[in-house]
Design a protein around this ligand. Structure first.
Ligand code: UD1
Length: 429
């Protein structure tokens, strides 16, 4: 199994290209199920999660072609998906269990075919993560839902019907699933307390280009006038704000000066505010976002994760790694996932002073971290250990690199290009 070896202490200086957003690409790929036409997704990132969903869509009968090459970088790479005939409406356990976002095929499948059977994703490392809101919303649109032998079975033989649905709390995936399903439902659907993450706006814009009628984009109330036949289109995926925030935090943690090409500060506005308070300078440039902290010390800040436009839970671990060496104390509160502090014991092993109190972590800054062998059980926790390794004195080995490959394209190459001493160590399994 591959590992990443880092010898810390180097400031990151240079530029890093930001790829297309994984969390936009996944629902956009699922949207291909809504039309017989070809959906062409430009700026598609080259990531394990994308391959996992492509494999799943392939089992449903979607024809998939990739133009361009991974080695050439993300720009210009296009994924073409054609669901001319859906030959199978069952998403099998073996593919779904690899990635929770596989549940995103449920809404489009039942909307187009009147039936779908999707394995329940089950729990995962960062908490229980049920899919009850996805199911309740589809029931509101008229689907009959049964849970049998680990699978969700959804039936709507006469098609889905538009309805009002109020989310009891904000869910990104459930908003996406229902918005997609509602485009083919007869009549109007109103989704209240919908999530407003930029990836949902990106999906809505693509659906509109496919012929859907959607109002209220980027607000918490989405109105979808359904029932029109959708067609293929070409859509360019928005930049990955989590990759952007991650590299911004890596640059800041190492006292570096990095331009993040293709990024925009508005995508990470809440994180940029927290970084600014911590002593980091962030500014838009004609090509992207420049992040620097050349002489200023880091100072502690309090951060609480919230649905967009709040501080993203997917940047919480990275922010914590940054704050381990800030002056003073920082309180980091996680409100989205109940078990998202798995990086804490590992950061402690590198010398961080962190105490957990329920959903909050008190981080007291230490002058330095020291390298250690570490591992993490999810994507964002893993990359937080990479940031800690870049700052730490000595050598850090990050195990279980497959987590990083799920969400970061050429992570070590992008960091090495800015002067980091980092390499992937290939090992036989
Ligand atoms: C998406 C992102 C993930 C991010 C998360 C929150 C993708 C592919 N993944 O995940 O990276 O961390 O948003 O910004 O876009 N919940 C329920 N019932 C449901 C659905 C969710 O209880 O039916 C709970 C979850 O357990 C969690 C909270 O709601 O506690 C938010 O989850 P949700 O917004 O749905 O996250 P995902 O769409 O899975």
């Amino acid at each position: 199994m591959d590992k990443i070896r880092i010898r810390g202490g180097k400031s990151l200086v240079g530029s890093i290209p930001i790829g297309g957003a994984k969390n936009a690409a996944l629902p956009l790929m699922a949207a291909s199920l809504l039309t017989e036409g070809t959906l062409r997704l430009a700026n598609i990132p080259h990531l394990a999660d994308i391959t996992t969903l492509a494999n799943l869509l392939g089992t449903l009968g979607v024809e998939i072609a990739l133009d361009g090459h991974a080695e050439g970088g993300h720009q210009g790479r296009v994924l073409a998906l054609t669901a001319r005939n859906i030959s199978n409406t069952t998403a099998e356990y073996d593919l779904v269990r690899k990635m929770r976002a596989s549940i995103l095929v449920l809404g489009p499948l039942v909307a187009r075919e009147g039936k779908a059977k999707v394995s329940l994703p089950g729990g995962c490392a960062i908490g229980a993560r049920p899919v009850d809101l996805h199911l309740k919303g589809l029931e509101a649109l008229g689907a009959k839902i049964e849970l049998r032998e680990g699978y969700v079975e959804a039936l709507a033989p006469g098609g889905l019907k538009g309805a009002r649905f109020v989310f009891p709390f904000v869910s990104v995936g459930a908003t996406e699933n229902l918005m997609m399903a509602a485009t083919l439902a007869k009549g109007t659907t109103v989704l209240s307390n919908a999530a407003r993450e930029p990836e949902i706006g990106d999906l809505a814009r693509c659906l509109i280009a496919m012929g859907a009628k959607i109002e209220g984009i980027d607000t918490d109330t989405l109105t979808i006038h359904g029932g029109t036949k959708l067609s293929g289109t070409t859509h360019s995926i928005l930049p990955d704000r989590i990759e952007l925030g991650t590299f911004a935090m890596a640059a800041a943690a190492t006292g570096g000066d990095v331009e993040l090409i293709g990024g925009r500060t508005e995508l990470i506005a809440s994180a940029a505010t927290a970084l600014t308070q911590a002593g980091v300078t962030i500014e838009d440039t004609p090509r992207g976002v420049r992040v620097r902290r050349t002489n200023a010390p880091l100072v502690g800040v309090d951060v609480m994760t919230e649905p967009f436009p709040g501080f993203p839970t997917d940047l919480q671990a990275q922010m914590m790694a940054l704050l381990t060496t800030a002056e003073g104390a920082s309180m980091i509160t996680e409100t989205i996932f109940e078990n998202r502090f798995m990086h804490v014991p590992e950061l402690r092993r590198m010398g961080a002073n962190i105490n957990l109190h329920g959903g909050s972590a008190m981080v007291r800054g230490v002058p330095k971290l020291t390298g250690a062998p570490v591992m993490a059980t999810d994507l964002r926790a893993s990359v937080s250990l990479v940031i800690a390794g870049l700052v730490a004195q000595g050598e850090t080995i990050v195990n279980r690199v497959y987590h990083l490959d799920r969400g970061y394209e050429r992570l070590e190459a992008k960091l090495a290009a800015c002067g980091a001493d980092i390499e992937r160590v290939k090992e036989a399994a």
